[in-house]
Design a protein around this ligand. Structure first.
Ligand code: 3H9
Length: 706
């Protein structure tokens, strides 16, 4: 039974304990059972209080069942779904006897909404307590009364912050904003609860002081002008963050705004309607798919490694103190790993340390860390210009310049300096890992461990397997990536691996469009309008044209002419316009904007000069977008055909996490499937005829993706 009722000395206990599941869910069945229990409870007059508890470790309730939500295709089904839950929660709210939700783990979505319908909410000091309404991340809004009850409980402005951002907060944060009435230690909680119930019953302490909502909240709630300002500012902020691609936060805002001051029935009706409109949309369906993808890759282990015990990594050597090396050292120390940073001179090492420190300072500015913690973390990085200290490390991560000769030499050198069972990683973004493996004494210990720039922000790591990589090495790489809070994907050793190979064919096409007469900003805007976080030419500036050109050459060597760098890239590169790091590339990056977060995008006029006169063409935005996107789809199909990755899920998740491919599109292949693979094939054939170029040549495997 997902939910049961019992009495213990005049206390009613409603316990959620979903059979055969790690989490409790408010499935349709569970809600029906809860409804019956509440009917029974209504009749019991001798109960002092009712506790709502979970029988699961670290989980109160993880919300409504996403599998049920996913199946909704009609608005009336959506409204019914929401109203079914709302009805039960109203019954809970209307009980005369005090109700107390005891939250000793995650209380998300419907789980949080259930707690809000209780008169009191008690959290514990269990660090696993996380409370919030993450519905907008699934493209929907809270449908079990969350948009109505949360603002009433914690005030409008705090509630908007949580609902519109899909924010999940800790127990302590929830207590601070009044979402929890008390926080108790886990040990002895029963006695604490009994004491609390006595206090309630003797009316000594009932609700927490509402002044905790703060003066501003109280002012806004009572003042129509203040509210209008708050709603207006919030709307603008939402539009800025979502760029208009995600309808759920806007719809939630609209519901909360229109519901202000309405009675419960009216407000819940509007909420159910808002929920139903969102839940049937393709954006919600795509975001649910992304949820499943994330869940899958949270646990995925490469075949053959499932029963292998990974090695423990406490100390790591990082070779190369460039931007990547510095970023990696920062991430490692942040996660408690000691780092030995090596480069060829102390000036370079100084730069690596500065990179790490800069990232830490940002965290201090955002109040995520205290200055003394940064000092402690930075002290976990020791430095060296030789291989001293390498004997005691558990893992080496090489992050030197992208040059195979140099990398092979370094691998050969350090493999003689480390113990036999050390994991040897390269952060190469495109070079053959197998070659580096063969340069060492222990090829089985070698694996690619490809971070994305900026290391502290990008959630993906490509774990590159060579024919020599042992199952233990692979298992350790996967587990270690997760310890760094990254999502690892398995990629077989091949030039550019998965992400850079797909990305470079796209960026290169942007170069060709530029040569054909398109403007820099227009090309970029076509792709940001599609939902990419930045356009291909802005991305090229971010990565650095020197890096891009190098990878294109490597890809051309391996895969032939379709990766031949667009002439404009070669010429811009030879003019030294490398991008952001030089202050100039396709755009001008003045020192000011290089430091600030907001990029002032002024196109670099020198590019026009380099391009010279271009023939004026009739420019078709639709065609330009398709060329850039469909080449990526075709390349992804080749990666699948060549078994570079196992399945389309790896492509979709990899593209979202590694390139920021818009999650609301569901991933590259899902997007292609939604457009229709047949249509894409037709367009690629048309482009091949029109441009007389083999770069549009179809991959035979593409048709299989339909
Ligand atoms: C909602 O509530 C809407 C309402 O407002 C009203 C609508 C009308 N549904 O991740 P784990 C599965 S929307 C279905 O490994 P963890 C999960 O897929 C919901 N399944 O554990 C996995 O399955 P499997 C709002 C769910 O400790 C298994 O449970 N809630 C759901 O690493 C174990 O999970 C959310 O968005 C669900 N709601 O993390 C919360 N939740 O074993 C989504 C979990 O087959 N969930 N499963 O792979 C999470 O964030 C994490 O799962 C959680 C646990 C933090 C709870």
């Amino acid at each position: 039974m997902p939910v049961t009722f019992r009495t213990e000395n005049q206390l009613g206990v409603i316990e959620f304990n979903h059979p055969d599941s790690k989490v409790n869910l408010l499935t349709a069945d569970c809600l029906k059972k809860l409804d019956l229990i509440l009917e029974e409870v209504k009749e019991k007059e001798d109960l002092k209080a009712i506790l709502l508890v979970s029988g699961k470790k670290d989980v109160f309730i993880a919300g409504a069942d996403i599998k049920e939500i996913e199946k909704i295709t009609q608005t009336n089904e959506g409204e019914d779904k929401a109203q079914a839950g709302q009805k039960v929660f109203n019954k809970l709210e209307d009980l005369k006897v005090p109700t107390i939700a005891v939250i000793n783990g995650v209380a998300l979505g419907g789980g949080c909404e259930l707690a809000l319908a209780c008169r009191y909410r008690i959290g514990t000091f269990n660090p696993k307590v996380r409370i919030g309404l993450p519905e907008v991340n699934l493209g929907i809004l809270p449908g079990f009364g969350g948009t109505y009850r949360l603002p009433k409980t914690i005030g409008l402005s705090e509630a908007l912050k949580i609902i519109l951002a899909g924010k999940v907060i800790s127990g302590m944060e929830a207590y601070k904003i009044g979402l929890l009435d008390r926080l108790f230690p886990q040990v002895g909680i029963h006695e604490q609860l009994l004491k609390f119930i006595d206090e309630i019953l003797s009316s000594k302490k009932t609700k927490r002081n509402q002044s905790r909502k703060g003066f501003l909240n109280a002012f806004l709630e009572k003042n129509p002008l203040g509210r209008a300002i708050l709603f207006d500012q919030t709307r603008r902020m939402v539009l800025q963050t979502t760029k208009g691609f995600y309808p759920a936060p806007l719809k939630a805002l609209e519901v909360i705004k229109n519901n202000f001051g309405l009675n419960r029935n009216q407000a819940l009706k509007a909420e159910a309607k808002g929920f139903s409109e969102l839940v049937i949309g393709s954006i919600s369906k795509n975001l649910v798919k992304v949820f499943y993808l994330t869940e899958k890759f949270k646990k995925y282990m490469p075949p053959g490694t499932e029963n292998i015990l990974p090695k423990r990594i406490d100390q790591c050597a990082v070779i190369g103190a460039g931007v990547m090396g510095g970023g990696i050292a920062q991430l490692l120390t942040q996660k408690g790993v000691w780092v030995r940073m090596k480069d060829i001179d102390y000036k370079l090492i100084g730069n690596g340390l500065k990179t790490a420190e800069k990232i830490y300072k940002e965290a201090v500015k955002k109040r995520k860390l205290k200055p003394h913690e940064v000092k402690r973390k930075m002290a976990q990085i020791t430095t060296s210009i030789d291989y001293s200290g390498f004997k005691s490390v558990d893992m080496v991560i090489e992050a030197v310049v992208e040059n195979l000769e140099i990398k092979n030499k370094i691998f050969k050198e350090f493999s003689n300096e480390v113990s036999d069972n050390v994991i040897l990683c390269t952060n190469t973004s495109s070079l053959p890992v197998s070659a580096m493996a063969q340069a060492t004494r222990h090829p089985a210990n070698v694996v690619g461990f490809h971070f994305f720039n900026p290391v502290h922000r990008m959630p993906l790591i490509e774990v590159i397997k060579t024919p020599f990589t042992s199952a233990e090495t692979l298992a350790t790489a996967f587990q270690f990536a997760r310890r760094l809070d990254k999502t690892p994907i398995l990629v077989n050793d091949s030039a550019g691996f998965l992400i850079n190979r797909i990305l470079l064919i796209y960026i290169n096409e942007a170069g060709r469009l530029l040569e054909e007469g398109w403007k820099i900003q227009t090309i970029d805007q076509i792709m940001t309008d599609f939902g990419m976080p930045m356009g291909p030419l802005t991305l090229s500036d971010e990565v650095g044209l020197d890096v891009g050109i190098k990878v294109l050459h490597i890809l051309e060597q391996s895969f032939g002419a379709r990766f031949k760098a667009a002439q404009i890239f070669e010429r811009v590169y030879s003019n030294g316009l490398l991008g952001k790091k030089m202050g100039k590339g396709f755009y001008i990056h003045p020192m000011e904007s290089r430091r600030s977060k907001i990029l002032k995008r002024i196109a670099n006029k020198e590019i026009e000069k380099i391009l010279g006169t271009r023939s004026a063409q009739v420019l078709d935005h639709d065609e330009a977008r398709k060329r850039m996107l469909y080449l990526m789809v075709n390349e992804a199909a080749m990666c699948l055909e060549e078994k570079i990755v196992e399945d389309v899920d790896t492509v979709d998740l990899g593209m979202i996490m590694g390139t920021g491919f818009p999650p609301f599109q569901g991933g590259l292949i899902r997007y292609a499937q939604e457009i229709g693979i047949d249509k894409i094939i037709e367009d690629l054939n048309t482009f091949q005829d029109k441009f007389k170029s083999d770069r549009f040549k179809l991959c035979a495997h593409l048709a299989n993706l339909a």
